[in-house]
Design a protein around this ligand. Sequence first.
Ligand SMILES: CC(=O)SCCNC(=O)CCNC(=O)[C@H](O)C(C)(C)COP(=O)(O)OP(=O)(O)OC[C@H]1O[C@@H](n2cnc3c(N)ncnc32)[C@H](O)[C@@H]1OP(=O)(O)O
Ligand SMILES: CC(C)C(=O)C(=O)O
Length: 510
Amino acid sequence: MRRIRIFDTTLRDGEQSPGVTLTPAEKLEIARQLVRLRVDVIEAGYPAASPGDFSSVEAISRVAKGVTVCGLARAVQSDIQAAYDAIKEADDPRIHLFLATSNIHMEKKLRLTRAQVEEQVDRMVRFAATLTPNVQFSPEDGGRTDLDFLVRIVEIAIRAGAKVINIPDTVGFLLPSEYAMRMKHVRDHVEFGDVQLSAHCHDDLGLAVANSLAAISAGVDQVEGTINGIGERAGNASLEEIAVALSLRAEQFGASTNIDLSQIVRTSRLVSRLTGMVVPPNKAVVGANAFAHESGIHQDGVIKERTTYEIIDPSSVGLTENRSLVLGKHSGRHAFRKNLEEMGYVLADGDLAEVFKRFKALCDRKKIVTEEDILALVDERYHEDVVGPYALDYLHVSTGNFALATATVRVTGPDGVKEEAAVGNGGVEAIYNALDRVTGEQLELKSYQILSVTPGQDALGEVRVQIAAGVHRVAGRYVASDVLEASARAYLDAINRLIYVRGAKMTVQN
Ligand SMILES: CC(=O)SCCNC(=O)CCNC(=O)[C@H](O)C(C)(C)COP(=O)(O)OP(=O)(O)OC[C@H]1O[C@@H](n2cnc3c(N)ncnc32)[C@H](O)[C@@H]1OP(=O)(O)O
Ligand SMILES: CC(C)C(=O)C(=O)O
């Protein structure tokens, strides 16, 4: 059986989702989980994009062992050099460079002729190959590139030293049969030798996974995608869907992957929490309803025999019942550490002590502490690595059903401690008006969501917000047992990230 290599670009193309800004510590945590998931390649970011991106990719290269770590670069020397400098300590560093080859991109965006693009591909792939033997080249918008020209470009890239050729359907335009034909055509018309062929699909027509699977049937060696299908516009191919489809229908594809399917649900939840991108309930494999049966006939069938209506065994993708851990206010550090290890988290002593302290505080407020509660506490630890300029010291909200709500906040910021009060139509609006006064920011609240981390009246509430300020759109989130406190802190988190995105200094502990 052929082995398909899984190339994860959650940290690069996934982070290109509007509103998603991951901190270096959050990226590192996702990378660690991708190693547990056993992906073959982690595209860790775009090192030339910013100093923050560079240092995240560098940190991931040092920590993510046993996988290929890849950095993206335009076909320009400075991007390629930055990519190499960031990944050079990885076990297997890969430079991924791209240059658009469709007529529309060459004429309107790059303003280059075909001859110039050919020359630049040749020169830049050769340059990348002087830095590392593991060079991947992508003719961007390969899905809309003239086929003869595509063949020509692939020949040039291979001759110049590329070891992986990725043909992206950058704008998600192709149908599965067309994408498969394109892959076959390239393979049939170019001498590949041991060079790998790769697929990279976008979901503009909802066909990213179908196109990726069609490419596998057509013989590609590698597929690229993201966890939960996040990414530019409508997103990328969902890696978890591809991995499960390949596992379930291995005979039809004659292919398998190295993915540890039991890590899928955990990975999906981590990515959703850290990116703030909620997984739709009806999403295949990882949606909340993916294994829920509503109608009587289905329920009857599943009770009699699960496989009447379930083609995937939920436990195979790591979906275990939310077991209530036998952990409470009388539990000690050892039991807590052991439970965390069973969930896949191995924390350093200092981190463990911090999470344990929060766990004890939570036990005072909550009767039953579940696995989800503890995962939320662990995630919050990473979350606090964003040491932006603003921190909430004090919050008081007064609200009812027939008067304006009032909120008083005290915030430590770049100019010291400030206190403000404001009114609003509800508690949250009052808080946000007060925080706007404290920070002096002109913000537009684009979205606000409260999610219950666990069931029950004493559940932890997670608030996710998206704010816009000028050209920037960023997300913030916070988990707390009080939703008004979570609302305030999520908003401040978004403001801190906004400042980070604008290039302000941020302290991060790796
Ligand atoms: C399909 C994809 O997902 S591609 C990856 C997308 N990811 C990103 O863009 C990462 C984040 N990007 C960034 O931080 C910035 O865009 C940077 C640092 C890469 C470049 O920033 P700037 O130098 O300010 O350029 P800007 O983004 O405005 O414009 C892009 C320039 O690169 C050129 N360019 C675009 N693609 C390529 C390429 N593959 N190789 C070489 N040049 C390219 C454009 O033609 C344009 O050049 P021009 O300034 O001569 O017109
Ligand atoms: C950089 C390339 C591979 C890309 O992301 C795309 O074309 O969608």
